[in-house]
Design a protein. Sequence first.
Length: 228
Amino acid sequence: MYEARDISFEHAELDHLIKRREFGRFSDSGFRGSEDLNGTLRDLASPALCHKIERISYIDHSTVHLRNGMSFTSPILAKVFDHCEEMVIFVVSIGSALEEEAARLSEENRLTEAYVLDRLGSLTAEHAVNVFYNNVKRHYRNKGYGVTLRFSPGYCDWPVNDQQKLFLLLDADRIGVSLTDSCLMQPRKSVSGVFGLFPLTDGTTISTYNPCSHCEKKGCAARRKNLT
Ligand code: SF4
């Protein structure tokens, strides 16, 4: 069972996000006068995790069927999950304080600061998911399993409405995350998704299907490089 500590990260990792070229002068000159961005981010982001691992019953050409009777229809997801035995389902959130602060800055017409904070919040939530994903990957590799790329409802051909199914399986209330009628998560700086666990056959190489490698969709924020 993974817990909040499995998505915790070091201050240096936040620095790495802050020093991205897109934030330009904010990296060096501080933020909101005396406070620095790293401190602000640490004060406002409270990473929390909720997850479950479900056995897969079978997979047909378009649908992944779980043993608990739930199914997810998406031909791309079905292909990604080919050979998988289990599905890891998760929600990660950094809470609402950061977006509330970004909204406050926006109301004060400090739009650039609001934008930088909001964008860093998204990157921090993604980073927390990556920390979780890499922890699971390391753990299962030692047990002879590989992991697929991760996917979220709304990407590729997976209907966003399947968020409701993920939330039925998870106790997301426990970490303060809920779903609106239009399947948006509250707080906004939350990421939900799934990835698969499959037995490694030769124990040496990991090669999983990556639909992005031949997808022609332009500007997709979720495009991934091949796993190594
Ligand atoms: S680029 Fe990848 S994530 Fe984006 S739609 Fe194509 S297959 Fe899906």
